[in-house]
Design a protein around this ligand. Sequence first.
Ligand code: ADP
Ligand code: MG
Length: 772
Amino acid sequence: MGEPVARETRHDHAVVGTGGGPLAQSVERRVGAKTAKALGKLGIRTVGDLLRHYPRRYADRGRLSELRDLRLGEHVTVIAEVARSDIRPMRNRRGAILTVQITDGTEVVTLTFFGKHRGSLEFHARKLRPGLTGMFTGDVSNYRGSRQLLHPDYETFEDLDAEFAAVDRAERPIPIYPAGQSIPTWKIRTSVAAVLDTLDADDVPEPLPEHYRREHGLPDAFTALHQIHAPRTDGEWKQAMKRFRHEEAFVLQAALAQRRAAALAEPAVARPARSGGIREAFDARLPFDLTAGQRDVGAVLEEELGEPVPMMRLLQGEVGSGKTVVALRAMLQVVDAGGQAALLAPTEVLAQQHLRTVMALMGPLAEAGMLGGAAEGTRVVLLTGSMGVSARRKALAAAASGEAGIVIGTHALLSEVVQIPDLGLVVVDEQHRFGVEQRDALRAKADVTPHLLVMTATPIPRTVAMTSFGDLETSTLRELPRGRAGVTTTTVVPADKLRWVERTWERLRQEIDDGGRAYVVCPRITSTGTVVSGEDPDGEDVAELAVEMVGGAEQVVADVQTPKQDRPTMSAVEDVLPMLRALPALQGVAVGQMHGRLSPEEKDVAMADFSSGRTPVIVSTTVIEVGVDVPDATMMVILDADRFGLSQLHQLRGRVGRGTRPAICLAVTTAAPGSTTFERLSAFAGTNDGFELAETDLRLRREGDILGASQSGRSSSLRLLRVLTDAAIIEAARTAARDLVARDPGLTGEAGLARMVADSLDEEAAAYLERT
Ligand code: ADP
Ligand code: MG
């Protein structure tokens, strides 16, 4: 890494891309206090902020027209000479009329102005003296068979230079800025112009290496700022936009490449596979064959774990694609090599489930030192926040002594008292709940940097992965294990179609009678309290923390965006439970409940009862969202489905259809057909392909939200870059940035880039501090 950045010197808002110098100066000095205050409401504080406040679009003044070409109804701008001007009283009522004839030497057009009296028109008459040339803009109308411009805007020219300048300006696109109530777009335009005028090329840092600019035909930063704010042609602003998209991608990718390079530069312990060890024994007792995808990814992990360089890999795959088995095999390879592995889950429920799954898959291999334990076995311990003191102490001791080869836990694992001295591999499940900082906290537990495997069931489009998880390499499990139905039919149920709703419960009854299990998901626990998605006591903290992290917060951001109080009734477990129990259609069917207010023991019992069929229907919050595995579950009813983000809905749906029987999912909503919300749910019903949904989600959602940025109007460092459509730019920037960082890790040869990377990290840090 380059020079350490002096963060403590920047208490104020961090600024993207100022590079210090004149761009870091407050706008107030340039535009005055009043305008500065108005700009401040848009988050613009420095000259740099103002210059990065790009136009939203460009208006066309209309090309200059020739007088002979004017057509009725057109909005036109013409240049012509004043031939005659005349003020006279109106004939039939009070008031006066000024008519001005303008000509280009051949054609004549009339300008007409009305006034209350003669005096109010003299101002115009004085300016529109015969013989002067001017530029006139207005709508063409008809006046007694000839063409006129009524009350046109105009300016007259004192000399030819003024005329040429005006011609030039008339041809230019007019930038239209994102404005606010505090300030109109034209005021922003004049502020930007004032600032641009005083700027020298040296004042603007250039983060793009020259060879990169040449290769992609991009203007330099200084030129591009002029082109985007004061373009002479459409081509200019388009070129400038392209340049700034590249710039945003490049700065981000350089930051990620540096982060990755720094991580890779730390030595890791090679944990090569060993024959005759626990992993082989594990493979031998697996009740199924690995899918081709599991084998391929397994081979990649095996090789990377065998290197003295830290693995940094993201494993994505739909719910049920068998990621856990893949991760477990990697953990066992590390145990074989004498190390320990930690599996970090986002909630208690999931940590417990992982423990059960891992114990079941490992059997005697997880019971080293115990009666019946296998000789080549190890121990698996659980560490969560709600454990009793003595259980916790035992688990801590087993982890610290190295006796436990595998430690499974929630974010309680991050606590400083937890020691895992031989930690060789960290597996983070469901990454969207964790931020980079938490990942780092866990990795810091080991004496030597451990290998890292991040797993996510939220399919991430490639370019989003490159942006949010740009420091990780990606592997994907695309197929589901055979024998799995994997098909869930989804239907959107409008809540006001009472017959549909009735039918929903009848259908649920049928499913139970056929031996299935059903989830009924509600957005909240009680009808009064606040909504907390994923509100497991552990999960709550983690979800909140995750929102604070830049990147990887996609899922959680969607949760948070769900309005919390506005809309009135929302289904609550507390209300739905008695409702279902009283329902004639469900007579004799036991209905259980599951949510974050239950104690860990109650949760265990609830899940066990559901799984065994004692309570075949469970009313639940999103606690069941991730990872929970009950193969017999064949139906899910999601109440107030519009309250959930697309990827969250997809996660929820992944709880069913995990057995051999096809499943159904009913998304009940009060959203009006035709609304964006309904469209979102229709998209959800329309496909089981998580990748397709993720892309739809991107399309329907504001871009800034994807990267977890720009909450509370804070400026994000990505303004023009679109992760969906700018894939080529992101790829190019990533390749080049990685090359550059490989050659020059401190970016010493690219001062402008180094400065902007530092600024963007500053902003990230400032944003983080602000929220803690
Ligand atoms: P994920 O973590 O990706 O959601 P899991 O690893 O939990 O998926 O696997 C889901 C279920 O499928 C588990 O019950 C697991 O034992 C089973 N499974 C995993 N791999 C296979 C396979 N190759 N063949 C059959 N079943 C599998
Ligand atoms: Mg899983």
